[in-house]
Design a protein around this ligand. Structure first.
Ligand code: FEO
Length: 394
């Protein structure tokens, strides 16, 4: 990524990863990502805010040279995950006088993950400030967005919040900014769903905390910078609220068509009643899309056939994802089919230990679905409709 000035003395010096298609060997990145790092040149000191994934260290080093950095005083580590911290050891090699500024917990992680020695750290606590001369950095601890040590850095004079993962998005973009509309909202929602959603309660508290700052610009460490902070803060407020939408996510897999027939019948019933249905055939679905759908849906239904003596592994995988992502879903059910025996209801329920949703009576059919099975599907659809009428927003 080319060096670009955001405000006088404040530069973007990170890297674009156009080709990365998987994060954590799990999360699909349909449009790559960026590892944003920011350079702040004060009249007396120079600070680098976060670094980049080690695969892109050469790009960061080139940018620092291009920006004329011969002496670096501080590397601010907002987060210990290696896509932001992984190049700190290399930076410390190149700029041996630099100190790593972070909180106690993050320091402990960096010592373990990157073997950075104790004497390289300056430890800050909530509200501490660091003067660079004409520019002042203030540190705000924001735990659990999305690790326990996460913090954000506020540049007081320029009213810029460097939020690291908080408010980020995976989008490789040649521009530092992106129009703050539907397209960007989708990238940010995908990102929220994949890594932030399990920590809704912590995020709520952290949003309250940063709301007191007076922010003109939010500069995250993935994806575009926001010139209008309300765009992303208001989106987060909606996602973390307890309100659910009149939506049903149907995550299913079918081997010989029995489960699929019931799922299709079920989907039609709901659509006729005005419910938004988001079906995911698990053999083909992008799990990022599934995660996004989970952000708002009032109900999740898992569809599975029996494989040998248990649920299809794809259905178990979906149930596991729902459980670790901890969406605000209020109702869950299962539609399934089997040939000669086995059990799957208890196996799926047993995975959903983090989810406080009410389990609605599952529908299970032996072989090809018959009239009474479709009646059972109708009963499930009717129950969902009734439940939604009392609790959902449009
Ligand atoms: Fe972008 Fe949690 O690292």
């Amino acid at each position: 990524m080319a060096v670009r000035e955001i405000k006088p003395g404040v530069y973007s010096v990170g890297a674009i990863d156009w080709d990365r298609r998987l994060f954590d060997e799990l999360i699909p990145l349909p449009d790559g990502t960026t590892y944003n790092a920011y350079l702040i040149k004060g009249t007396q000191k120079t600070a680098l805010i976060d670094t980049v994934d080690p695969t892109k260290e050469e790009e960061l080093i080139k940018n620092l040279k291009e920006a004329g950095v011969t002496k670096l005083d501080y590397v601010i580590a907002n987060h210990a995950e290696q896509d932001h911290s992984g190049t700190i050891p290399k930076i410390l090699e190149l700029y041996p006088d630099a100190k790593v500024v972070t909180n106690e917990k993050c320091k402990d992680f960096l010592k373990e993950l990157l073997l950075i020695p104790e004497d390289k750290f300056v430890v800050v606590i909530e509200g501490n400030t660091l003067s660079l001369g004409d520019k002042t950095l203030r540190f705000i601890l924001t735990p659990w967005v999305h690790w326990p040590e996460t913090m954000v850095t506020y540049l007081v004079e320029d009213r810029i919040l460097f939020s690291c993962d908080f408010f980020g998005s995976h989008l490789a973009n040649s521009s530092l900014y992106e129009e703050e509309g539907e397209k960007l909202l989708e990238y940010t929602k995908r990102y929220y769903a994949e890594i932030m959603m399990p920590f809704r309660t912590a995020i709520r508290k952290n949003i309250e905390k940063i709301s007191e700052l007076g922010i003109d610009v939010i500069a995250p460490s993935h994806g575009p910078i926001y010139k209008n902070p309300d765009f992303i803060i208001n989106a987060y407020k909606e996602w973390i609220s307890d309100e659910v939408k009149n939506e049903v996510v149907v995550a299913y897999v079918s081997m010989h068509g029995s489960t699929e027939r019931m799922v299709n019948y079920f989907i039609d019933l709901l659509i006729r009643k005005g419910i938004t249905v988001k079906p995911f055939n698990l053999t083909e679905s992008d799990i990022g899309e599934l995660a996004m759908a989970l952000v708002d849906a009032a109900t999740v239904v898992i569809g599975t056939p029996m494989v040998l003596t248990g649920p299809h592994p794809q259905a178990l995988y979906a149930a596991y994802l729902v459980n670790i992502l901890r969406p605000k879903t209020k109702f869950i059910s299962i539609i399934g089919s089997y040939g000669w025996g086995g059990r799957f209801i208890d196996d799926i329920k047993g995975i959903l230990t983090n989810i406080k949703a009410e389990i609605l009576e599952p529908v299970v059919v032996k072989g090809y679905p018959k009239e009474e099975d479709f009646k059972a599907v109708e009963r499930l659809a009717d129950e969902i409709i009734k439940k939604h009428e009392s609790i959902t927003v449009a």
